[in-house]
Design a protein around this ligand. Structure first.
Ligand SMILES: Nc1ncnc2c1ncn2[C@@H]1O[C@H](COP(=O)(O)OP(=O)(O)OP(=O)(O)O)[C@@H](O)[C@H]1O
Ligand SMILES: O=C(O)c1ccc[n+]([C@@H]2O[C@H](COP(=O)([O-])O)[C@@H](O)[C@H]2O)c1
Length: 200
């Protein structure tokens, strides 16, 4: 049988948090807990990337990042997966196409921090992503304005759900996206690497 995300069933709404997780930290955990509540998700799955195509620096080995992610993200409705390495992709559009093919009946929502929305128009097939899967964006310190002014936000302004309607996002037909304000955490992987708390 083809690889399935853990505990994911048809009819569920499942948030996907793709990331380098180099290393995973409390900001990822906080985003995940907020997304579960604010978007009314059944589950969230962290997709630990083999390597972000836009980052020149290679991350720490996947096994190390997977183990650290599993150790920090302790919640009965959250799992951590190396799906992308298993199917051999690092591009989100290809990941989503593979997930949809292998999980019929599951409503996926792609989750991201506001910094990723600011760069979304540089991703491979980004319009296809917007046209195919609802997008949940969560505030990140210093990134609110760049996210709101981004090409993706402007191009898809008509498809934006106001934050107070966030519970409708997961079952909305794409394109649909929603920006959620939440109490923010300044922590980042860059900070942790610079402090020497994580070596590749
Ligand atoms: N503190 C945070 N608040 C909100 N979103 C966050 C936070 N940290 C990470 N994210 C989001 O989590 C996802 C994965 O992030 P990633 O693994 O790149 O961590 P990072 O801290 O941004 O790493 P780096 O500093 O190396 O760029 C991205 O969508 C990112 O926007
Ligand atoms: O598909 C792309 O072109 C693409 C470009 C940049 C980033 N991404 C994805 O965005 C997610 C967040 O990446 P990162 O490194 O900011 O944690 C992760 O799943 C990456 O694979 C995807």
């Amino acid at each position: 049988m083809r690889y399935q995300l853990p505990k994911t069933r048809p009819g569920q709404v499942v948030g996907l948090l793709g990331g380098s997780f180099d290393p995973p930290h409390a900001g990822h955990v906080h985003l995940t807990r907020e997304a579960l509540k604010r978007f009314g998700l059944n589950r969230v799955c962290w997709l630990v990337s083999p390597g972000n195509p836009l980052k020149s620096r290679g991350p720490a080995p996947l096994a190390k990042r997977m183990a650290a992610a599993q150790a920090i993200m302790n919640h009965p409705r959250v799992s951590v997966s190396d799906f992308e390495a298993r199917v051999g992709t690092r591009y989100t559009a290809q990941t989503l196409a593979a997930l949809r093919a292998t999980h019929p009946g599951v409503h996926f929502v792609w989750l991201m921090g506001a910094d990723n929305l600011a760069q979304l128009d540089q991703w491979q097939d980004w319009r296809w992503i917007m046209d195919s899967v609802p997008l949940g964006v969560l505030a990140r310190p210093g990134q609110r304005i760049s996210a709101r002014m981004s090409k993706a936000a402007r191009t898809y302004a008509h498809a934006r759900l106001p934050g107070r309607m966030s519970q409708l996002l997961a079952r909305a037909e794409a394109p649909a996206w929603c920006f959620i304000n939440m109490p923010m955490r300044t922590i980042s992987s860059t900070q942790l690497r610079q402090r020497g708390d994580w070596t590749g």
